[in-house]
Design a protein. Sequence first.
Length: 246
Amino acid sequence: MTIIDFIRHGEPDTHIHDDRLRPLTTRGQRQSHAIATNLIYIPYTAVYASPAARATETVQPLATVIGKEIIHDDRLLERQMPDWVVDFPGYVRKQWTDLTYAQAGGESIVQVQARYQAFMQSLPQDGVVAVGTHGTAMSNVVEMIWPGHGAPFFSALRFADVIRVNIQARKLVSLMASRPFSVLGQTMTVAIDQPLGKAYQERAQLIYPVNCGKVTQIVGGNVEKQDAYVLGQKYRCHPGLETFRQ
């Protein structure tokens, strides 16, 4: 199995308009050092990065502390945009609605996915790699694994966030992206499928002590609906017939 940690670049200095040369801000540099601290104990066999300065700078502290040289790969660059887009938000919405859409000089979502797919399939099958990359590109990977969720993933993604992808036999098999899809501090709808007091399917002597269900809007690390529990004796309901918003 190949394990890939995709790391979005830290906060960039948007005063620099050249996409390849745009560096990190001071805050972005602090984020890059925090990444090195947080990921130092993962046994990475290699560190890759987009040639864009902000992506390389983000994983440089990690590469230094674990004694790896950064391998640059053009396939990891951010989505190519046309020279000028008057309605940028509208253009982005259209691209996520039609994954094949791009104006002249730009790339479609599908084209970026093809680049990243080729990169991932070129990695050793027993590798554990860190990849300095970009937000839209990471969202493309999410879209490959979980169609229809690339755009909402991007809207929740922060600078220096990390997702993990597992590849087995050259196929994407799982995605872990807990922070961007976290339910903490949010109002969520929970659909109860195992209510308080119900007997466990395989062992009738075991009784559910709480309401068990799923968060309907989100998935966990195994790309299944996120498990949830509604606590309290006053919450009694029938499976599949009641939801809670907390």
